[in-house]
Write a protein that binds this ligand. Structure first.
Ligand SMILES: Nc1ncnc2c1ncn2[C@@H]1O[C@H](COP(=O)(O)OP(=O)(O)OP(=O)(O)O)[C@@H](O)[C@H]1O
Ligand SMILES: [Mg+2]
Length: 486
């Protein structure tokens, strides 16, 4: 039962698929392979080293003998030289010096020899006959002492080979020492490996903690659906901190968008509720038998329905402004466009209309949308001026921009409202008793201008008037020359 529950828990936690488990498994695997491979390699290299050193020692013994021989009078004969040498020389531990003369064992130091290289052994008999030096990896196995390495050097006197000096060594002792050292190394490596494994588990846990927090936060947001206020605590630097920062920024944007959307829906429903209430109220009170009442109510109801229709159209336009095919660009003659707009605007109301300036040249823009934006501005200008006020329109080209403006001598806009009136459903405090617009006009202007990658500038003062300028980057029509004057 316990086993089953543990299995179930591992499955639920997706233990085996967690990044931490996988990174950890890779780390442990790689470290284990490295340690596992390095120990035999290390052992083998150490053994090679021991053998090489033993062989060097053997050759050194021969060199010492040659040196000794050179200093002796060779007339004395080889037997005397061997005697002097073997008596004066104490061989190193586990080293044997064996002298043969005329193919026969002569003497050795120390006197007792292992079985495999004893005076009657086939090896010594064979080596006693050699006329050539025997070096390299020469090995014989003794039943008691194991491996024995040897070297045989023929000794010549007056150009004649008279005897052989055999040097042998049992490397077992040194090998055992090396094994003991390797055992210590293995123990140390094992402890280091266990410590590294524990460290790796903790470090991977700590490194991946922001990801877990990220998942938990994302899950918490998904569960609560509407609470977008949760954030990941920022700690340290590097990719993880960057990831947390990016996630938090994304959440900030989502939260703002979510609030905007909610406010937008509230505003839309509020704006639609008013005309619906008016229409409903009038229809409920309508006396169907009274033709005069019908004649008075119908235009009123139609007017409210018109207003609703316009409102829905404005909303659709703003929604469309987010799409790619919002603009239909064409080559437009600025002088002709300005004249056309001026003509249209004059129909909006009786004011002192003026045409300040007309740009010369042809540029590429969406003619209908620009007219729509300018008509919105003109509409506002009419709304917030009296019959005696001036409203002027103008256009010009300045450097790489085309400018369109509408200025009026109306009520003006308080400076604290000048930025926010471009937001949807936002209206300034200046018009409380003047108009009952929806507050979408300037956001439409703003969307159209943004679609052209342009910007709007506003200069306004309460009681003096307002000056709206649209500045659009020019997409020059290459076929036509532009007159740069403003
Ligand atoms: N020329 C202007 N003079 C004074 N105030 C202005 C002028 N143009 C805009 N405003 C202020 O900016 C606010 C926002 O204008 P916007 O055109 O977006 O909305 P609206 O005119 O109130 O309604 P809508 O245009 O949607 O019918 C207006 O309510 C008004 O307070
Ligand atoms: Mg308006």
């Amino acid at each position: 039962m316990r086993k089953f529950l543990i299995k179930q828990w591992l499955k639920e936690k997706q233990f085996f698929w967690e990044a931490r488990t996988r990174i950890f498994a890779w780390y442990v695997g790689l470290t284990a392979v490295l340690v596992g491979v390095s120990i035999p390699i290390f052992t083998e290299l150490a053994m090679i080293q021991v053998d090489r050193r033993v062989k060097e020692d053997l050759l050194e013994e021969i060199e010492v003998f040659e040196e000794f021989k050179r200093r002796k009078d060779t007339q004395e004969g080889l037997a005397i030289i061997f005697d002097y040498f073997l008596e004066s020389k104490i061989p190193a531990d586990k080293t044997f010096l064996i002298a043969t003369i005329n193919g026969q064992f002569y003497r050795s130091s120390p006197l007792s020899l292992p079985q495999a290289i004893s005076q009657d052994s086939p090896l010594i008999k064979k080596l006693a006959q050699t006329r050539k030096p025997i070096r390299g990896k020469n090995l014989i196995i003794d039943s008691q002492f194991g491996d024995i390495l040897y070297t045989a050097e023929p000794i010549a006197i007056d150009g004649q080979v008279r005897g052989v000096l055999i040097v042998a060594n049992i490397p077992e002792g040194e090998r055992r020492e090396i094994f003991a050292t390797i055992l210590v190394v293995i123990k140390v490596l094992l402890v280091a490996f266990i410590l590294a494994v524990i460290g790796a588990w903790r470090i991977t846990g700590r490194v991946l903690k922001p990801i877990r927090t990220l998942i938990q936060t994302a899950n918490a947001i998904t569960e609560t659906e509407t609470d977008l206020s949760q954030r990941i605590p920022l700690r340290g630097h590097g990719e993880m901190a960057e990831l947390a920062k990016t996630f938090n920024n994304m959440m900030n944007r989502l939260e703002t968008e979510f609030h905007n959307q909610r406010r937008f829906l509230n505003d839309v429903s509020h704006e639609l509720r008013t005309p619906i209430t008016i229409v409903r109220g009038h229809l409920e009170l309508l006396d169907y038998n009274d033709p005069q009442d019908i004649a008075e109510t119908i235009p009123l109801v139609l007017d409210e329905l018109d207003r609703m229709g316009r409102f829905v159209e404005d909303l659709l336009l703003l929604a469309k402004a987010q799409t790619k095919d919002f603009l239909i660009l064409e080559s437009v003659d600025l002088r002709e466009l300005t004249s056309q707009m001026y003509f249209k605007m004059r129909g909006l109301g009786k004011r002192k209309w003026k045409l300040d300036q007309q740009a010369e040249g042809t540029v590429i823009l969406d003619r209908q949308r620009i007219i729509q934006a300018m008509m919105n501005l003109a509409h506002n200008a009419v709304k917030y001026t009296k019959i005696t006020d001036v409203i002027a329109l103008g256009s010009c080209i300045y450097q790489d921009q085309v400018l369109f403006w509408i200025r009026d001598t109306g009520i003006g806009i308080p400076s604290q409202d000048q930025e926010r009136i471009f937001e949807r459903f936002t209206r300034s405090s200046n018009n409380q008793y003047i108009s009952k617009g929806t507050g979408l006009g300037l956001s439409i202007v703003s969307a159209i201008v943004k679609g052209h990658n342009g910007r709007i500038e506003l200069f306004s003062q309460l009681g003096t008037g307002s000056f709206f300028t649209i500045l659009l980057p020019i997409q020059r029509d290459p076929a036509v020359n532009i007159d740069d004057r403003c």
